[in-house]
Design a protein around this ligand. Structure first.
Ligand code: ADP
Ligand code: MG
Ligand code: MG
Length: 253
């Protein structure tokens, strides 16, 4: 079993006018293999900042606190080292990679993460199978990464990566945004398959409770103003579904 541990994390962002603004104000949470933790909260509460900080995005500066993976200092790792250590970050706005096909991108990523190229025969089969499960047409593999992808295609591509790269921990930021109900179900089933196949721990970041009907969280953490305002089990998500975030945001003012 693996553990991803975040301790009293404080993170600032460099704003456009060159100021440093503190966004995360002491976040602590522990994620074990096979567990699903939902991070919920109003817009602007710092959910994506947590994801970017785990990913090692250069715009976000950790001013204090720690992130460790089985005791190893994640903050000392480069972005590539984080991926090789088994962290998978599906970002909210994945970038376009002109001239690189999905097929090449996936094989390059797999080779980088595993430290060796996948065996061609089994790899091709695995990619085809995963694409079929996600209801993706084979032609999709020959398109340039993210070039003209619809919202749904971007999400499927993210989950395809998760299924193939078999990370120890996956951070999924707003995987539900812009998906219709059928796409949400297909994408969620992909997350559940990848989770079960690899005992992946999942940090599922979402503003809405809808996706939690498909991907069941073991724990729910509510972010307000850069801090965990409340945590609990799945029942907390049901409560938020009924009541919204009002009581938290009022308390924060
Ligand atoms: P969430 O994902 O919960 O909606 P974010 O982590 O995206 O929240 O943002 C948290 C806060 O940090 C917001 O108030 C946002 O405006 C601010 N913020 C994030 N990135 C930047 C940035 N690059 N420059 C200035 N403010 C930022
Ligand atoms: Mg603190
Ligand atoms: Mg966000």
């Amino acid at each position: 079993m693996s553990t991803l541990e975040i301790r009293d994390l404080h993170v600032s962002v460099a704003t456009d006018d060159g100021e440093e603004k503190e966004i995360l104000k002491g976040v602590t949470l522990t994620l074990n293999s096979g567990e699903t933790h939902a991070i919920m909260g109003p817009n602007g509460s710092g959910k994506s900042t947590l994801a970017y900080s785990i990913a090692g995005h250069p715009k976000y500066t950790v001013t204090s606190g720690t992130i460790t993976l089985d005791g190893e200092d994640v903050l000392a790792m480069s972005v590539d080292e984080r991926a090789r250590a088994g962290l998978f970050l599906a970002m909210q706005y994945p970038v376009e990679v002109p001239g690189v096909t999905v097929s090449n991108f996936l094989r390059t990523a797999k080779t980088a993460v595993d430290g060796e190229a996948p065996k061609l025969r089994t790899w091709v089969k695995e990619v085809k199978g995963a694409m079929n499960d996600l209801r993706m047409k084979p032609e999709f593999a020959e398109r340039d990464v993210n070039a003209g992808f619809s919202g749904g295609e971007k999400k499927r591509h993210e989950i395809l990566q998760m299924e193939l790269l078999k990370p120890r921990f996956a951070v999924l930021d707003e995987t539900d945004s812009g998906l219709d109900v059928d796409a949400l179900r297909i994408v969620s089933e992909g997350v559940n398959r990848a989770k079960e196949a690899n005992d992946t721990g999942v940090l599922l970041i979402t503003h809405y409770t809808r996706i939690l009907n498909y991907i069941k969280p073991d724990f729910v953490h509510v972010f307000v103003d850069g801090k965990v305002a409340e945590e609990g089990g799945p029942e907390l998500a049901n409560q938020l579904e009924a009541e919204g975030y009002d009581r938290f945001t009022q308390a924060a003012v």
